[in-house]
Design a binder for this molecule. Sequence first.
Ligand code: BDP
Length: 638
Amino acid sequence: MGSSGAERAAERLLLAALCSVCQALQDGMLFPTESPSREVKDVSGLWIFRADESPERSRGFEQQWYKSPLAETGPVIDMPVPSSYNDITQDAQIRDFIGWVWYEKDVWVPARWIQDRGTRIVLRVGSAHYYSVLWVNGVKVTEHVGGHLPFEADISGVLRQTSGNQCRITIAVNNTLTLETLPPGTIQYMTDRSRYPAGYFVQNTNFDFFNYAGIHRPVLLYTTPKAHIDDITVETTFSDNIGLVSFNVSVLGSSKAAVKVTLSAQDGRCVASADGSRGVLKVTDVNLWWPYLMHENPAYLYSMEVQATAEDGQTDVYTLPVGIRTVKVTSTQFLINNKPFYFHGVNKHEDADIRGKGFDWPLVVKDFNLMKWMGANSFRTSHYPYAEEILQMADRHGIVIIDECPGVGIKDIRSFGNVSLAHHLTFMEELVRRDKNHPSVVMWSVANEPASEMPPAGFYFKELVSHTRSLDSSRPVTYITASNYARDLGAPYVDVICVNSYFSWYQDPGHTELIGLQLNTQFDNWYGKYQKPIIQSEYGADAVPGLHSDPPMMFTEEYQKTVLQNYHNVFDQKRKEFVIGELIWNFADFMTSQSIIRVVGNKKGIFTRQRQPKAGAFLLRERYWRIANETGNTLFKL
Ligand code: BDP
């Protein structure tokens, strides 16, 4: 591979990053749902695929593969969408591929969508890793920087101008990570010709999960009327038994649309309504949205129907689930609906056999069943935003979420520069725009274990946290730290201190007897310095399922259990003071890159990658149900 190829790919990434920063977010990103005025057509499924294996990865652009059917450009293979492409074939080169890959699918667009000029047709990709360019019938319709978040394009014009209701969708995706992407990475050229062939390069990263790539979430076509509801922002509070829902609706395509908002209870009864694009709905005898195991009727959702009627009489209808709840932080507590909430939960990954990070309903439902089985009331979306469908599940089941952006592995001082910061700010804008209305989301996490002791980190986190707060003043903001408390330069700006530590694993391996002392010191130091509530946002140990030893040794199920027990003893003292949560690392085993410290992936799961429990899962299950019964407002049976 010639060095200029990857450099050019990196350059394209950079240009696009700058471009999206200049554009500041104007439009909304409502989840596509059907309604009397909207149709959705899922065009996921079987696509065709071609990796650009040319030495410079640039042949696809040079030969304009988007101009003709991909199969005419060279050999193509089947590729499921959504899915990572890495584990689908038997080819290690596809598994480890860096650079541009091309996807294509021919779909039919209903004739009436095309004929009715009052219909707006939108193409939406749930997420693709990391940088994507989209064409319809050979015409470029949009590009997007960053994985984990949706992007879309109005394709009505292109469809009406080109070949009618036939629609060839081409998506080129590049997984290259640079110092300015999120997460960051570097491309390293190996120049020693006695060890590496000409042009040999590797992608370096500083995070501990496999860098899966491809189209990871569903691809949808959907319609709205020309004058349409573009965005809705809801904020909720309550006083005594009155719930207050303030709303702000933005309509595009009409400057004089009449907006009507109606809120219905779960039995369909209308409980409040208002005219106008902004206002406050009052709900008497409110049913609050409570977390799972905090109330006997958790996760109560109202349904807010918004209607926007344009001058020509066309009405757009969009329905949004609304949970009424508040979140507050004091110096020792995390309050949901003014009651102390203790996070007893998990850290997850979007990760599974074969599909990698591809969205998969059976996996999502199984994971929620497992979380509820073990009595988990919360999870952190380590280390990037999860699919919207997962947040909707959390809303419906009362599982509380710390919503994290992919600021993971920021270890190089060059990733604290202005270009990186601008992209990070834009990413937070896109994340808040997408997730702001979910009652399950109670806190934003802007990064995981950055090198927060480096001098630029102070300015960087001050900007990042304050910008996020300006986007959403109703939720606390944090980042996850692993650095020494005294040298952490970002901690003064966050609302909650989230600390990861691996005593008896990365530090003093094998010495579980030290956990009590070291963990107590950790908590007292952080609290002493900042007087902010603390979440143990990661702790754990690898356990190879089926490996046993007593007395415990590292990598056995017994050792994982012993580490957990020692941590729990300290949590039980400190949760009476200022510790407000514990999140095990990790919910399930997950894939990583190959290295001498990983045996086919990270084994810190309390479930295997196939979601079978290890001994630690039963320990946590006992504990979480016990804590729920101590801290919830009601008694639950395990
Ligand atoms: C933590 C990281 C997490 C890793 C974990 C580990 O935040 O991503 O997977 O260590 O090494 O520091 O297991």
